[in-house]
Design a protein around this ligand. Sequence first.
Ligand SMILES: Cc1cc2nc3c(=O)[nH]c(=O)nc-3n(C[C@H](O)[C@H](O)[C@H](O)COP(=O)(O)OP(=O)(O)OC[C@H]3O[C@@H](n4cnc5c(N)ncnc54)[C@H](O)[C@@H]3O)c2cc1C
Length: 404
Amino acid sequence: MRSVDVIIVGASLAAAAAAKRLVDAGLETVILERQELPRHKICSGILSPRGYRFLIENFGPLPKKALHDPTWCRGVTFHFPCLIPMPMDFFGGTTPHLHRKYSDYWAIKRSAAEVMDKTSLVGLDDQGTRVVVTARQQSGETIKMAARYVIGADGPSSAVRKAIYPEYTKQIPWFFVGQKFHEIIDCPLDEEYFHFWFHPELGHYTWSHARDGRQIVGVGFKQGDNFNQRHLHVTAYLEEKHGVKLKPADPDHEGCAENFGPSLINKYIFGKDNVLLTGQSTGFLNMIGEGMSCALHSGAIAGESIVESICRNQPVQTVYRQMISSEVRRTTDQWNPLMIAFGRPHEADFPKALMALSRQDRIKVLKDIWRFLLLYKEFRWGRQLAYSSLQRILRGKYLSQRWL
Ligand SMILES: Cc1cc2nc3c(=O)[nH]c(=O)nc-3n(C[C@H](O)[C@H](O)[C@H](O)COP(=O)(O)OP(=O)(O)OC[C@H]3O[C@@H](n4cnc5c(N)ncnc54)[C@H](O)[C@@H]3O)c2cc1C
């Protein structure tokens, strides 16, 4: 059986960042990816300024192929039932509109790790001094490999997480997010912005933006609802309230399951013994579903933690949990109402945009945000969020005892 230093499962941005750190430290690193590379990834592709800095600093300038058209995004516009728009520019200028199929592949190649695509993880056995990984190739062949460490960078529905915590998937609420693509007849929504609706009747997560000459209409809701009906409802709303005239959706729609929640209530899942989780498999997700920057940063920290644990001869989970706390702070701060009110956790200035409104409009917007938040009441996140927010103020950090 082949034996390497580290196996990373999933060839995405978290994986690329982790691999870069490991390969730079001289560790033999193999990435397993279930799809054929370059692979498609459902994503709006709006990278935060911090994520953009990470890509440039670690992998160099982005190739043109890694961008959609429009190639850049200026900021985010929030919309509310009261129809008062709140455009907010990103700090430090525009950010790239990533074409995930090519940006991820480019970053993976720049990491210089060995990649085995069309190879899906199916099982793990942590034997203490090594982890034996079982994977199935698209040809049908089953392979076994051993590594000192395994990193699960395999996204929200992580197979690595399922292997070490089989019960976890049933313990958190799941959402479906789906998007359809439309030819545009007339679209008054500014194409330089990502548009997001705080509207309880539209769903838990509603967005729209321009891409490669078409308009994306995206909907997110608790799993079990009907995608087509939700999408038709939002499209009709956009036409009625915003004058967005679109042709019927093209056939190439897509959707997936999402784990909103763990970041909000500081309930991350970082792995067990020699198996680390990173990126969205841990629950890292910034507000408005921005997950690329925390995937990149947490991936790099996972890689560094392995290097550090070898150098310091300490258990990797201890090192990882110390080092990841900075990323937890950054991500969970984005959901923390106290930090939103008194700090500046986002990379666009929400308090400033709110204060720029007239007093009357501000009250309308705040009422609409409150009504939107009530949509999430059934998940009982309120108390946990209040508790975490208070701990952050009192202790300057989020409690690691809440992590798995
Ligand atoms: C509709 C939508 C829009 C979004 N828009 C944005 C946005 O505009 N900006 C932003 O920052 N974020 C956005 N996100 C979130 C962002 O896409 C994710 O947070 C981010 O990609 C997470 O990165 P990751 O590296 O953790 O994992 P992922 O990108 O999820 O990648 C996981 C990889 O693991 C592979 N894999 C899975 N299972 C296995 C297995 N068993 N064996 C081998 N490989 C496996 C997958 O094929 C995939 O390549 C969006 C998400 C969705 C769904």
